[in-house]
Design a protein around this ligand. Sequence first.
Ligand SMILES: [Fe+2]
Length: 200
Amino acid sequence: MTMTTMAKTVRTGMPPNAQHSHEIQAFGSVIPIPIALAESSRKEGVTNLNQLLADTITLRDLYKKHHWQASGATFYQLHLLFDKHAEEQNELIDEIAERIMKLGGISLAMGADVAEITFIPRPPKGREEAIAQISRLLHAHEILLKEARAMAKRATEAGDDGTNDLIVSDVIRTNESQVWFLAGHLSDTDFTYSDGSSTK
Ligand SMILES: [Fe+2]
């Protein structure tokens, strides 16, 4: 079966009702929820956390890509490390998505929606060498950490200590730890951070 024939077969098999169902809450809206936080604070938290969610999902997927496509002398070590980090990012994804729901919002979920807003550059579909994989991951971590610190600060200013705690204790600490493990693989000429400094 060709891809076109297969796509046709699969797409015509969709249940019509499920594709045109009535939404019970629109994306972008927040419903009242009694957690003693103003709607404006919850709304800002939901918007920021959805951005963080999209970037964390993208980073998780980037780790899985590199887990599957690892190569070279360090194949086994990187294959395992990338999967460990993907699993840790996966746990963060659930925490962030459920925090959004706790604030009365709607979390992003599907890959196509994630791709629309993520700040992390799209990698090529093909395989890259280990150094390029690690450099790409470090770049993604740095994007995520930069936004996470700004969002944590805003959450505190808005009185949203729960969101601040999630971002600082879980997101920032996990990402910093993963950067440490990645950066340890590189020599000083392998990677340059956005502020011009190198890995060592
Ligand atoms: Fe695997």
